[in-house]
Design a binder for this molecule. Sequence first.
Ligand code: SAM
Length: 293
Amino acid sequence: MGKSSKDKRDIYYRLAKEEGWRARSAFKLLQIDETFNILKDVRKAVDLCAAPGSWSQVLAKKLDSSNATETKIVAVDLQAMAPLPGVIQIQGDITKKSTAEAIISHFEGEQADLVVCDGAPDVTGLHDIDEFIQSQLLLAALNITTHILKRGGKFVAKIFRGREVSLLYSQLRIFFNRVTIVKPRSSRNSSIEAFALCEGYDPPEGYTPNMMNPLLENSSVDWSQLEGEVNRFVTPFLACGDLSAFDSDRCYPLSFQGQYERREPVQPPIRPPYADAMNLVTKMGDFHIERHD
Ligand code: SAM
């Protein structure tokens, strides 16, 4: 870890290891659900940009499984993901037509209740470029969503709150009755990341999803006619997750006021790089290390 980079192994990282989530991101979806009930009555969901799979784990655990034959979760990522029971996995780039078509093919004759996208590019540190690439991921996710989401359905997507983000808010508002920007407690304040929570899928009259057109150039809709609220909309920004939830920007000791006691990880590291060093120390018998911090 470089001198200037922040230790990412915060309290949520530890909790994820202890509770068996594949990534600390699980808590972001859990906290959004805690406040906005987004998983209620959801049976079919798509998890875009899903690796290593903690959001898919949350979906697999929390979706309405009262009728198991109706439950469907499709997870997609550029990276390979370890299998998860009950989750159909696709490896591919969501900005590519072939991947989008593979996802859509799983929904022939049926529709999804929810699409989530936690997609993030490998950040370059050049903010304008990072924000632009992230917004392209979001638009690719939205385009796929317009093919499979049922009317009234929900879409939750990571968004970077950069300078030009209000254009994205307006684009989302064209397709959804309500757009709220939410920031879970487990998402660091220091990060420009937030999540667009889009509810009530309601595409403009005449809109036909089409893979060959960039999203907002669909010929059947005259976008210039979309006046009024879509253009003047002020998007609410809400924090979510209980205020007493752990603060992701704070350091907690291994035991904290009865609220946190360190536990062993559900699955210890298989072959961590530090194991060799530890073996070496054991082999050296009574080798003695003094620390003067
Ligand atoms: N939600 C995931 C979880 O809970 O485990 C974490 C997602 S991680 C923050 C972002 C993911 O976006 C990475 O796994 C990355 O491979 C994926 N990604 C970035 N660009 C993508 C693209 N064009 N198509 C598919 N996945 C992409």
